[in-house]
Design a protein around this ligand. Structure first.
Ligand code: CMC
Length: 436
């Protein structure tokens, strides 16, 4: 970390001595005030629920400029990566810090392909779930269960274990998501085919059956690969911070990633793509585009509890760059499948148009986020709504693991242990039960 020229001084109105704190500069983005010695010097904590002003770590992986609507992985703009690179190159970039050349890409892809199968016992574990279990419930269980199968890669302090568990997780997530899907529809599990691309293999495991030849549609393959690239990392969001906090105790990588999957499930985070599609379907049932105005009135009414899902973001106060790319992909996929007149896409465009002009959204800087269009693309591809967040988890796994490995390698890393402002009862004595 680089010290800035200036320092921060915290003074108190009660005459307590003021304290000086160092300020550090990143390569880009806001400086940070180092408050680590604050408690030792003043006996006070800082208070920041929701981490509105708190940098919980230093990181060199992903940078977001929320005002500009800019997203960089290792310095590369997401637009360039989405256009020029595929998911395997993106994984290499996030994990190792550089884009591979052709030989490096081939080698990395081969390493990942070598690990696409899961232990056969996983099938029996999966079969313990109800057929109608939510895929994210299944994924939370299956990913956590991987730690029971790969004892040779569970030592988070061993760099070789970290590397092989990274490869295993990236390789096995598509297999697990596809198995969760096949189980829900009662079809046989399809083993991976390693000559296919990462996205193509996922499509094969999802949509092929043993009784017919399955040919990967290249437009859909490319769209799916783009979904993976766009979701691969997003700096210190809730699930990534969960993975870091969970991993900071020294737990194994599979357990830490399972915690990330659990966090991602929530509708304010990765669950938004499912919630967004359900919302579009509900409006469609209400009468479609003609009811958009009525729906928007509900969204703007704070007492209704209704939100425009797929809109708004903690960091982006401008158009989410991923949403732009996703809208483009959405158009391509719908055209390729002859679904240009898809009513949900038209509805989404109508909602977006109104929201971008409405004072409520404009004044709060609420713009579409990645989830606004990703559900429409996934639905067109044939992925069921309940599986959307699991696909997000599949793609985000590389980001989680890159961030986890970065944390473990950071000499300043400590177990995460937030403090609190205690507002409960002060010390009191227990009364005998007859006197309470
Ligand atoms: N619809 C209606 N009003 C909204 C929305 C929305 N989608 N998002 C924010 N607002 C309002 C909010 O009520 C608040 O109004 P006021 O200032 O009058 O109280 C204001 O905008 C600021 O919102 P906030 O809740 O303080 O913002 P936050 O940073 O705490 O929340 C968010 C960010 C993403 C949780 C929120 O915008 C949201 O719930 N959006 C819908 C869910 C969604 O699409 N989530 C996906 C996020 S992107 C993918 C991912 O990271 O997983």
């Amino acid at each position: 970390m680089k010290l800035a020229d200036n320092k921060a001084t915290l003074s108190f109105s009660n005459g307590s001595p003021s304290v000086e704190m160092p300020v550090y500069q990143g390569s880009v983005g806001p400086d940070v005030v180092d408050i680590r010695k604050l408690y030792a010097q003043t006996g006070m904590f800082t208070y920041d629920p929701g981490f509105l002003s708190t940098a919980a770590c230093q990181s060199a992986i992903t940078y977001i400029d929320g005002d500009k609507g800019e997203l960089l992985y290792r310095g590369y703009p997401i637009e360039q990566l989405a256009t020029n690179c595929d998911f395997m190159e993106t994984c290499h970039l996030l994990l190792y810090g550089n884009l591979p050349n052709a030989a490096g890409k081939a080698e990395f892809t081969k390493r990942v392909s070598n690990h696409t199968m899961v232990n056969e016992q996983m099938q029996f574990f999966l079969r313990g779930f109800r057929r109608d279990a939510h895929p994210m419930a299944i994924m939370t269980g299956l990913v956590g269960a991987l730690s029971a199968f790969y004892h040779d890669s569970t030592d988070i302090n061993n760099p070789e274990h970290r590397d092989i568990s990274a490869i295993r997780l990236i390789a096995k997530m598509p297999t697990l998501v596809a198995m969760a899907y096949k189980y829900s529809v009662g079809q046989p599990f399809m083993y991976p085919k390693n000559h296919l691309s990462y996205a193509g293999n996922f499509m094969h495991m999802m949509f092929a059956t043993p009784c017919a030849e399955y040919v990967v549609n290249p437009v859909i393959e490319r769209a799916l690969d783009r979904i993976f690239v766009l979701h691969a990392d997003h700096e210190q969001n809730a699930s990534t911070s969960t993975v870091r906090l969970c991993g900071s105790s020294g737990t194994n990588p599979f357990a830490a990633i399972a915690a990330g999957v659990a966090c991602l499930w929530g509708p304010a985070h990765g669950g938004a793509n499912e919630a967004c599609l359900n919302m579009l379907e509900d409006i469609q049932k209400m009468g479609g585009i003609s009811k958009v105005g009525q729906f928007m009135e509900q969204v703007k009414d704070k007492n209704s509890g209704v939100k425009l899902m797929g809109f708004g973001h903690r960091v982006y106060k401008n158009y989410d760059p991923r949403a732009k790319l996703m809208q483009e992909t959405c158009k391509e996929v719908l055209a390729a499948l002859g679904l240009e007149n898809d009513p949900l896409f038209k509805l989404a465009m109508a909602l977006e148009k109104i929201a971008l002009e409405d004072e409520y959204f404009v004044s709060r800087k609420l713009y579409p986020n990645v989830d606004f269009y990703s559900g429409i693309v996934q639905r067109a591809i044939g992925i069921p709504v309940g599986l959307f967040t699991a696909v997000f988890a599949l793609a985000r796994t590389v980001g989680w693991i890159a961030q986890l490995n970065e944390m473990i390698g950071d000499p300043e890393y400590k177990i995460g242990r937030p403090r609190q402002l205690f507002t409960g009862s002060v010390r009191r004595d227990v009364l005998p039960i007859a006197k309470r």
